[in-house]
Design a protein around this ligand. Structure first.
Ligand SMILES: [Ca+2]
Length: 394
């Protein structure tokens, strides 16, 4: 029956072909809200990309940011270390001047991003699990990077603190995205504990939100809830579980990959002030098999553009705009942790029309994917001996 329904739906959408071969859905009773919302037809790149290992020996690295001279900043999650890495893989000593991080479990040093004016001001932004009285929480800090000699960060200041403080070593989001207008999006998870989950749609809490701040941490006046009493003014969107991947497309729209429960990973197109429904609606269930949602849809709550059941465990998200892979222009690339793949999505008119799993032969957890200034894709693998990989045309 289900096969028939899906086949009919795909035919109605004008799509052809079988989806990527995965396991059976964890929650078969939940059906997509529209054709193509899950299990899009499988597509194949004309040629598999050539993978080069640039560096290794990172302890569970998390993020890459390119410096103007094409060297890279690479974060190491549990140790809280930041490195400057050359194009041939040569690694600096750890950058000094970073704050102490709570590096247990999913915590540590996460994303890193450069100020739009970096060549002038040297400012680098980063997210980390900040140890606090009574627990911990995600913080965003910035400092001035001085590279010559032993690299260091100077004048480090915290510009944002996720509130309230809870005691959890679990997911807190942590992705940074600068918009062309200079504002900074920060993704914030709900900590994977019941107390945090209850706050994901509560505008009085930062948990389970995407916030938008200025680079100095102040609040833009055109944020959606600046005049709502009881709401935290930094909030841009609500009802997220744990967004680890975020990127802007060519039109400046914010796409996010959201780590769901079992059977409920999502791709969302995030718009000002909207509620993405977690934990009220969704397509997954608890890892114990227990129910989370009574329904997949609800009034005033947005549908994901796409979801994965079984999950891929999405880490990072990049939208390809380079010239090195003309075939990939405009496609979305999602790092897969449990799926041990780089997931490519072909998007047309706001819908996913094709899915490909790349690098499956390597069997590595993909933690980060970014496009380099040369148009190649750069990845990090999530291991104790984490690798920095470069993907170029084969
Ligand atoms: Ca959702």
């Amino acid at each position: 029956m289900r096969t028939f329904l899906v086949a009919t739906a795909l035919a109605a959408a004008g799509a052809a072909g079988a989806p990527v071969r995965t396991g059976p859905p964890n929650v078969p009773e939940f059906q997509p809200a529209f054709p193509g919302q899950t299990r899009a037809p499988e597509v194949r790149s004309a040629r598999p990309p050539r993978v080069t290992e640039i560096a290794s020996g990172f302890d569970r690295p998390w993020a890459i940011a390119f410096l103007p001279d094409r060297r890279m900043l690479v974060t190491e999650k549990p140790t809280g270390r930041l490195y400057v890495v050359g194009l041939e893989g040569e690694k600096s000593p750890p950058v000094s001047g970073l704050p102490e991080v709570d590096g247990r479990d999913q915590g540590g040093l996460l994303d890193v991003a450069l100020d739009a004016d970096y060549p002038r001001n040297g400012l680098v932004y980063f997210t980390y699990y900040e140890p606090r009285k009574g627990g911990n929480g995600l913080a965003v800090a910035r400092g001035r990077l001085v590279v010559p000699g032993r690299p260091r960060l100077e004048n480090v200041e915290v510009i944002f603190r996720m509130m309230p403080t809870l005691d959890s070593t679990k997911h807190a989001g942590g992705r940074l995205v600068f918009a062309p207008d200079g504002s900074l999006f920060v993704t914030l998870g709900e900590r994977s504990i019941l107390e945090g989950r209850r706050q994901a749609r509560d505008l009085g809490s930062h948990l389970g939100k995407i916030v938008r701040i200025r680079p100095d941490g102040s609040v833009p006046e055109d944020n959606p809830f600046t005049r709502r009493s009881g709401a935290r003014p930094e909030i841009w969107s609500s009802g997220h579980r744990n967004v680890l991947g975020a990127a802007l497309d060519a039109q400046g729209r914010l796409w996010v990959a959201e780590m769901g429960p079992r059977g409920g990973d999502e791709l969302n197109l995030v718009e000002l002030g909207k509620d993405y429904g977690w934990p009220t609606i969704g397509y997954g269930e608890e890892y114990s098999g227990q129910r989370i949602h009574a329904s997949t849809q609800g009034p005033g709550m947005e549908q994901p553009v796409y979801y994965w059941d079984p999950v891929i465990s999405p880490s990072a998200l990049a939208i390809y705009s380079g010239d090195l892979f003309p075939e990939w222009k405009g496609d979305l690339f999602v790092g897969g942790l449990s799926s041990r793949a780089l997931v490519r999505l072909v998007v047309k008119d706001g819908r996913v029309v094709g899915e490909e799993r790349l690098l499956t032969d390597r069997g590595e957890r993909i933690r980060e994917v970014v496009q380099g200034p040369d148009g190649a894709l750069y990845l990090l693998t999530d291991e104790r001996n984490g690798k920095l990989l470069r993907l170029a045309p084969g």
